[in-house]
Design a protein around this ligand. Sequence first.
Ligand code: 3PY
Ligand code: MG
Length: 233
Amino acid sequence: MPDPAIPALLAREAFDAVIVDMQHGAIDFSTALRAVPLIAAAGKPAMVRVPVGEFATASRFLDAGASGVIAPMINTIEDARRFAAFMKYPPVGERSWGPHGALALSGMQPGDYFQAANGLSVSLAMVETREALGIIDDILAVPGIDGIFIGPADLSIALSDGRELNPLSAEVEEALDFALSRVKAAGKVAGIYATSGARALELANKGFHLISVASDGAFLRHGAQMALAAARA
Ligand code: 3PY
Ligand code: MG
């Protein structure tokens, strides 16, 4: 939702991090930018999902003090390399210097931030197509890619050749297990989107490290439904 008060409010709940979604969310660049220090003020890492292919935007969010970026539809090695290049300073990548918000929020000296930044800025490549699954080892091997983030909805569309949207399908489940085993073999991080808290628990039990538990709109709808059900009972 396009208001920084929403991630600020959610950051005060018991989440480990808050993800601002610029791929499908209606939030614009400057509004999302304002969310970063509000999330950080709650002591939580601010993460941003950038629109498809907008790797320069990833750098700008790191400059503003975001702790990590999720890049959707990383379907080729070149996509992964370009994403990593914008996320990491040399010698790993080609990130350009100018971390105004990261310095202000962390209080670090520029030289110290420069030394630490590549380890502080988490880059997660979204695996959500057949192509990406097929080259998952190569994506994970790209220097500067810290892990993957699975999009089970798009994956279900891809794996069914466009026949269905079913993030809980047997095919998706099999792909999740495969992806997770590859991430573990690479010693990197596995993230995934869950459509509910109950699903998030299942995915945590499988071994995923970072799990997005539904969305602001879903929370609002759920809260409204609960209150109405109680009132109408
Ligand atoms: C997907 O399920 O495809 C996602 O990108 C989750 O947000
Ligand atoms: Mg997706």
